[in-house]
Design a binder for this molecule. Structure first.
Ligand SMILES: Cc1cc2nc3c(=O)[nH]c(=O)nc-3n(C[C@H](O)[C@H](O)[C@H](O)COP(=O)(O)OP(=O)(O)OC[C@H]3O[C@@H](n4cnc5c(N)ncnc54)[C@H](O)[C@@H]3O)c2cc1C
Length: 454
């Protein structure tokens, strides 16, 4: 909106188009979050005397029609980063320009602007392909001053009703904890204390201490720039301990990772294709007889299963567990990263295709990072490392809740307990591992090695 201020008072408008609709239809919790966020935005704007004008229809033609009704000079919008969003933005741009409007897409989703980070690179113009180099530049870039908010115009055009979850097939009510005020509170609460222990929380899933800002960031109810600015202010506290400072830096690096994947999608424009061109034909499977076991949290590897159950129950999975669960899909099952990504999309509240694709490609070893190789996580070793008391696993797998940690973390020890194979939870027993991780991982590596040497 700050960019729009250049053109005079702003009429805030929201277009619900087919792409938005299908993203919301995919995940009922996402639809509830989105509708809650829109409701909250409309309330904030109404309090300032400017209604939010809602329209439904094809993106470009609906925007042009509305601009005409308003007698607008310019249309300014927040640019998308994944391939489909970029195509839609280009279409919008040309339709508006043909209609005689100034059309300005503002790439304001990252904390550090694309131009700023790209300019920090010698031979800029194509962004960064390596996260370690990117994060170094990101940390060093100065924070630009906060832009003043745009003045709002009050107009007399008719808007449509605010979107409701039911229109996207969601039975949930609009999420009350969505919206800008809730996002600010989440950030305040996080920076007050949990941020000082973030370095541990980002790997230990039983510590509820990551920011939980992912969905807010993906819907823009808080700006990444705002978080970076607040983080800088928090980090200036002279009384911080060294490990607290380290935690704050790790949190900054997480924001930088988001920016990295956004700029990667922006500059590469490769959409769903692996960024490693040599990996484009790697024969990942599109299905597997055990895919449902992975999706339902019944692989017999408790950390993987707990993650999948957390995702299905809440719309979120702990960040480190995501790595282990995604690795299981790609390497233990040999299933294409796009199948895994799209499966998670049905439950995640976050709605960020570019970030999802970047992460899945990184795990699968087909992304742009210079160190592109399969990130194979041993699910049993990971469980022992990040959930040694099995507190996280117990939360999500009630079938295992009464067992000692040593047995939960060691499937061979569980094999001696026949009662686990009896129906104890929802009529289903908790299984022993459905694959032998060591065997399938080494078979995968052999296939990968042969393919890479071709
Ligand atoms: C296989 C896999 C799939 C993922 N899919 C998605 C997805 O579909 N949508 C999505 O928004 N995030 C995705 N992530 C990134 C990350 O796990 C989530 O953004 C994070 O879990 C959100 O929780 P949080 O806000 O508490 O994160 P925190 O740990 O508190 O991090 C703060 C913010 O930094 C950003 N961030 C942290 N880690 C990453 C990362 N690895 N990549 C990019 N940004 C990051 C997020 O915006 C996050 O909100 C995925 C990660 C993996 C490994």
């Amino acid at each position: 909106m700050a960019e729009a201020a250049r053109f005079g008072p702003v009429v805030p408008a929201l277009i619900v188009d087919g792409r938005r609709e299908s993203a919301l239809r995919a995940s009922p919790r996402r639809a509830a979050f989105y509708c809650g966020a829109v409701r909250s935005l409309a309330g904030d704007l109404a309090a300032k005397g400017a209604p939010l004008v809602v329209r439904r229809g094809p993106y470009a033609s609906t925007a042009r029609r509305l601009a005409r009704e308003l007698g607008a000079k310019a249309v300014v919008w927040s640019a998308g980063f994944d391939g489909a969003a970029q195509r839609a933005d280009r279409d919008l741009q040309s339709v508006l320009e043909e209609g005689g409007f100034r059309a300005v897409a503002v790439a304001d989703a990252p904390a550090v602007g694309l131009d700023e980070s790209d300019a920090a690179r010698s031979g800029g113009g194509s962004g960064y392909r390596s996260y370690p180099a990117y994060v170094q530049a990101w940390r060093a870039l100065a924070q630009p001053p906060e832009a003043p908010p745009a003045a709002l115009a009050t107009v007399g055009v008719a808007g449509e009703a605010l979107p409701e979850p039911a229109e996207f097939g969601s039975p949930e009510p609009p999420e009350p904890s969505a919206g800008a005020a809730a996002a600010q509170r989440t950030l305040d609460d996080f920076l007050a204390a949990p941020a000082l222990h973030y370095a541990a929380a980002r790997t230990v899933p039983s510590v509820a201490g990551t920011s939980r800002l992912g969905a807010h960031l993906s819907f823009g109810t808080i700006a990444a720039r705002t978080i970076r600015r607040r983080l800088a202010a928090r980090s200036a506290d002279p009384f911080l301990l060294a490990e607290e400072r380290w935690s704050l830096q790790s949190f900054g690096d997480a924001l930088a990772r988001r920016d990295f994947f956004l700029q990667l999608a922006w500059f590469s424009q490769s959409g769903d294709l692996p960024l490693q061109s040599k990996m484009r034909d790697f024969p990942f499977a599109r299905s597997h007889r055990l895919l449902d076991a992975w999706l339902e949290g019944r692989t017999g590897y408790p950390l993987v299963d707990a993650g999948m159950r957390e995702l299905r129950a809440t719309g979120w999975m702990h960040p480190h567990v995501r790595l282990v669960a995604a690795s299981f899909c790609c390497f233990d099952l040999g299933v294409d990263w796009r199948v895994g990504r799209d499966a998670w999309d049905r439950w995640l509240v976050e709605d960020d295709r570019a970030v999802a694709t970047g992460n899945w490609q990184w795990v699968a070893g087909v992304g742009a990072d210079l160190a592109a190789y399969p990130r194979i996580y041993n699910p049993q070793k990971q469980a022992r490392r990040v959930d040694p008391s099995a507190a996280y696993v117990r939360t999500w797998i009630p079938e295992l809740a009464s067992l000692p940690a040593a047995e939960i973390l060691d499937p061979p020890a569980r094999a001696g307990r026949p009662q686990l194979m009896l129906p104890m939870f929802d009529g289903a027993a908790y299984p022993l591992p459905v694959v032998d991780h060591a065997a399938v991982a080494s078979a995968f590596l052999q296939r990968y090695g042969e393919y890479a040497r071709r």
